[in-house]
Write a protein that binds this ligand. Structure first.
Ligand SMILES: Nc1ncnc2c1ncn2[C@@H]1O[C@H](COP(=O)(O)OP(=O)(O)O)[C@@H](O)[C@H]1O
Ligand SMILES: [Mg+2]
Length: 301
């Protein structure tokens, strides 16, 4: 599909929650074991691009023709006031939006040029390749640290040998910048870690299935400044190995971690859209639109 509908209603045949009626039993995926030597984020880099993505909850249109290229191996920051559709946009990228009843969308989401909404494409496969980390760290609190990391494999239906599993746990924890802090207590509960460690544990769990893309929805907003810096360091280390899209309300953070930045805005009667997107240095240093300038300088939002 190439465009939002003229009638301003959701396109049929696009992913609507009702049309897809996700069946959890059918939505599992058995992938072949990872090849020897494969490690999280170790594959070729994949970029993500949306073309004219619009979104609705029922009849409420919340996104209007959002087109954005999120370059491979870089960090793209999504900024804008609350309610402008940033989280909805992230959930559209990995096919979580359609899990909301009444949710609909139009447009294209291209992962390496291939639409993730192409008929016949499995949501579980898309979600394995495009992982997500949420605002509140959500490890399984009673589960051990190592099982938390490996749980991503299980959920994705990826079968690995016991040795490969151990390797993946270590590699994923190293990539998430948590290994040094937890390697002597891998059998202890994930819930006993600090908030910042739990968030890095969730990052490790996402990395264990070797995603191409990592989506992060305000991953530091529940963390103290020290933990925030630690997660930012992790993001910086992951950059170049995989493609990251991060929503943040912290303007300093957007400037520290991202290379590309998109400013979203909605008004009371218009859906969220991108006002301006481009290199982060330009969005912050010489924005073209007055609204961007006002927002990044803290004059509203
Ligand atoms: N599950 C939902 N059902 C109905 N409306 C929703 C739902 N989630 C978000 N919205 C609405 O969509 C708009 C965008 O929300 P959201 O994507 O969460 O914005 P942001 O992340 O930028 O704060 C808001 O008007 C919000 O109220
Ligand atoms: Mg949000």
């Amino acid at each position: 599909m190439t465009d939002a509908p003229m009638t301003d209603t959701p396109m049929t045949g696009v992913a609507t929650a009702d049309a897809l009626a996700i069946d959890p039993a059918a939505d599992t995926l058995t992938l072949p074991p990872l090849p020897p030597g494969a490690h999280p984020g170790g594959g070729p880099l994949a970029g993500l691009e949306t073309r004219d993505v619009s979104a609705w909850f029922g009849t409420h249109k919340v996104l209007e023709r959002v087109s954005l290229a999120m370059p491979a191996g870089e960090v793209t920051a999504l900024i804008g006031p609350s309610g402008c559709g940033k989280s909805t946009y992230l959930r559209i990228l990995n096919r979580m939006h359609e899990m909301v009843r009444g949710a609909a969308l139009a447009g294209e989401v291209l992962l390496e040029g291939d639409d993730v909404y192409r008929p016949g494409r499995r949501p579980a496969e898309v979600r394995r390749r495009i992982g997500m980390v949420f605002q509140r760290p959500n490890p399984f609190p009673a589960m051990s640290i190592q099982d938390n990391v490996a749980s991503g494999l299980k959920l994705a239906g990826i079968k690995v040998s016991k040795d490969e599993r151990q390797d993946l746990v270590e590699t994923s924890l190293r990539r998430a910048g948590l290994w040094d802090e937890v390697h002597t207590r891998l059998h202890t509960p994930g819930g006993a870690l600090s908030g910042g460690q739990q968030q890095r544990l969730c990052i490790a769990r996402s990395l264990a299935v070797s995603p191409d893309i990592l989506l992060m929805d305000e991953p530091c907003s529940a963390l103290d400044p020290t933990s925030t810096r630690r997660v930012e360091e992790t993001i910086a280390e992951l950059r170049g190995r995989l493609t990251i899209v991060i929503v943040t309300h912290n303007m300093q953070q957007a400037q520290r971690v991202s290379q590309t930045c998109a400013f979203f805005l909605a008004t009371h009667d218009t859906p969220g859209r991108i006002v301006e997107a481009g290199p982060t240095a330009q969005i912050f240093g010489s924005p073209r639109d007055q609204r961007t300038s006002d927002y990044v300088n803290g004059r509203f939002g």
